[in-house]
Design a protein around this ligand. Structure first.
Ligand code: PMV
Length: 359
């Protein structure tokens, strides 16, 4: 599908008011997206695990109004009016208006909450933009838009992408690819697709424990971060490496080679941070405790032959990925040796999950 396929035909129904609600998961990338072209087109293919428990739940109550030149909406986070979110949503509405031409004809009350603690340092933009896109699309469906189930998900992912790139991987599960890759059938730069290649038994119900090293505000916004890849001296090599890593990961997922998985995932995480450390301006997003934890994980792996590994987002928190069969031991290790490095000893246990659901 191409952009114009997401522009709807004239609506057939009149709807005065209503409510819609969706829950969308967070995701953690194995091969990272970092760098984009105009219109939120990624510079390289990325692939992620969808999470089971870290979700954003969003309800939209909508009411018809006279069409004006402005969008009309209010946002509430955990029940509190949150005007700080408005500019981001306004930008999102502007970007998607061509694809949802009813937006200026309604007032929207957007009520949103996260299942993970607010200001935990976990990015909620992926799950948040996904849930918002799904709610808006449910409204469009009520207006009579002709969308099959498959196209509904594609369009929701397409819209979510225009809110926050990685959000387009936060609809389905357990593994999602975004970005056209010659070895992934159906993959697209415009939306995420469920990974349909063979996945070894070892990856079933894979665990992710998120160590909250630093719950503070993001030091560098994603927008600023992606822009740092323009004219970055290593950018082109990095984009090529990501494409090669997708091919490598495809074989790893099929064969269940966990040592190869560890090497690829940890290198991807460190490459993302290396890009930020070598851009202009440059940033170090890890904290001392991020490094302490990484070294502890490496020591633990050496001592026990465990297959636990780490990955990082654009921040200081550490995601620990490990097979379900190791859960008991790894959780004991976390509690006794790693919790102390987390802010208020706080960490979140999650696992790979299936995707968004209507509420
Ligand atoms: O979706 P954005 O624009 O916030 O970018 C996030 C990119 C990373 O989370 C750092 C990596 C990824 O692929 O999720």
């Amino acid at each position: 599908m191409i952009e114009k396929d997401f522009v709807p035909k004239p609506y057939t129904n009149t709807v005065e008011s209503g409510t819609v609600s969706w829950a969308s998961p967070s995701n953690i990338a194995l091969v990272k997206y970092w760098g984009k072209k105009a219109h939120q087109i990624p510079e390289n293919t990325s692939i992620s695990f969808t999470l089971n428990h870290c979700k954003t739940e969003t309800k939209i109550s909508f009411k018809k109004k006279a069409a004006t030149n402005d969008f009309s909406f209010d946002v509430f986070l955990e029940g509190e009016k949150e005007d700080d979110f408005k500019p981001k949503i306004e930008t999102f509405f502007k970007r998607i208006e061509t694809y949802l031409p009813f937006l200026k004809h309604y007032y929207f009350k957007i009520e949103t909450s996260n299942t993970f603690p607010h200001s935990s340092g976990i990015a909620s933009s992926a799950s948040g933009m996904s849930a918002l896109a799904l709610c808006l699309l449910s409204i469009e469906k009520q207006l009579g838009a002709d969308l099959s189930e498959e196209n509904f998900t594609k369009k929701a992912s397409f819209l979510a992408r225009l809110g926050s790139g990685s959000a387009c991987r936060s609809l389905e599960g357990p593994i999602v690819v975004w970005g056209a890759h010659y070895e992934i059938k159906g993959s697209s730069n415009l939306y995420g697709v469920t990974y349909t290649g063979a996945v070894h038994e070892s990856f079933k119900n894979y665990r992710d424990t998120i160590l909250l090293i630093d719950k503070g505000e993001k030091q560098v916004s994603s927008t600023v971060g992606h822009n740092l890849m323009y004219n970055h001296p290593f950018a082109q090599e990095r984009f090529k490496q990501a494409e090669t890593n997708i091919t490598a990961l495809k074989h790893i997922l099929e064969q269940g080679d966990l040592d190869e998985f560890i090497a690829l995932v940890e290198r991807e995480a460190l490459t993302l941070h290396a890009m930020m450390m070598t851009s202009m301006p440059y940033f170090i997003l890890m904290k001392p405790n991020t490094l302490e934890v990484i070294h502890k994980i490496w020591e633990y792996r050496k001592a026990t032959n465990s297959k636990v590994c780490f990955t990082l987002d654009a921040g200081a928190n550490v995601h620990m990925l490990y097979p379900d069969s190791e859960a008991q031991n790894v959780l004991k290790f976390i509690e006794t040796e790693l919790a102390g490095y987390c802010q208020n000893k706080h960490y979140i246990n999650d696992s790979v999950g299936l995707g968004a659901s209507a509420l």
